[in-house]
Ligand binder design. Structure first.
Ligand code: ADP
Ligand code: MG
Length: 258
């Protein structure tokens, strides 16, 4: 059975998609089979992996609403071992269409059960909201990875995210855990960024990954070429930081034998 990780933070622009694309690529390059599920109607993970969201006739929307098998829809990416279950603007409708449906919080979980065991890891790139799509992700996942941007309002909203995680744990998914917090867009020359990073570490302790993602031009540019950083410029500090995060993440799993 593969491990399913929701990458969530209801704030936009904190590095969820960048983390999903680059961490899943770095793990795939380590020889694992990885599925990345784009759960944002903006389709940034989809376009960031070189797939034009507007060209798609079937997406994760069809898995959620029409119960299509993800296997019939996912796309092999240019990264060996990495598959993408894409999204486009259709997904915005799913949130509304699911509202009155019985078991509306479980549709993603049911879809992923159809392909259980086919990948070592499944990453869920959540939209910037705590709506039904994110709740579906938290229900389907075993753990949550939270990217936090090193800026002034970094901690704001984290308590709301943690209480959503608690709520999902109590209602449906008792074994859901916080996988960890990843500090993103870190600029060591910036005093505020250093202060925020210290504040997050003193508050969350060992739950914060040692690997820190720097603000880096490769990570910002690569999506416009439809490539993860590691294929666009593997030597860049951003690509290397995600490789380090992947190694730390994989060794975590071995240590705790989860
Ligand atoms: P989210 O998915 O949380 O909305 P994104 O991953 O899309 O956030 O990141 C927001 C913007 O910041 C994007 O334009 C992305 O390319 C850029 N970005 C993300 N991480 C970095 C980084 N480490 N260095 C430079 N730019 C980054
Ligand atoms: Mg995103």
């Amino acid at each position: 059975m593969g491990r399913i990780i929701a990458v969530a933070n209801q704030k936009g622009g904190v590095g969820k998609t960048t983390t999903c694309v680059n961490l899943s690529s770095a793990i795939a390059i380590q020889g694992k089979s990885v599925l990345l599920v784009d759960l944002d109607p903006q389709g940034n993970a989809t376009s960031g992996l070189g797939v034009d969201p507007r060209s798609l006739t079937k997406t994760v929307y069809n898995c959620l609403i029409e119960k299509d098998n993800p296997k019939d829809i996912w796309i092999k990416t240019d990264v060996p071992g990495l598959f993408l279950l894409p999204a486009n603007a259709d997904l915005a409708g799913a949130e509304i269409e699911l509202v009155n449906v019985e078991g509306r919080e479980q549709h993603l979980k049911e879809a992923l059960l159809k392909v259980a065991g086919l990948h070592d890891f499944v990453f869920l790139d959540c939209p910037p909201a705590l709506g039904l799509l994110t709740i579906n992700a938290l229900n389907a996942a075993q753990s949550v990875l939270v990217p936090v941007q090193c800026e002034y309002y970094a901690m704001e909203g984290l308590s709301r995210l943690l209480s959503s995680i608690d709520r999902v744990r109590q209602s449906w998914n008792p074994s859901l855990i916080l996988e960890g917090i990843v500090l993103t867009m870190f600029d060591a020359r910036n005093t505020l960024a250093r202060q925020v990073s210290e504040q997050v570490r003193s508050h969350f302790g060992a739950q914060v990954f040692q690997a820190v993602i720097p603000r880096n031009v490769t990570l910002a540019e690569a999506p416009s070429y439809g490539r993860p950083g590691i294929l666009y410029n593997a030597a860049s500090s951003g690509s290397q930081a995600y490789v380090a995060l992947a190694k730390e993440y994989l060794s975590h799993g071995e240590k705790s034998a989860r």
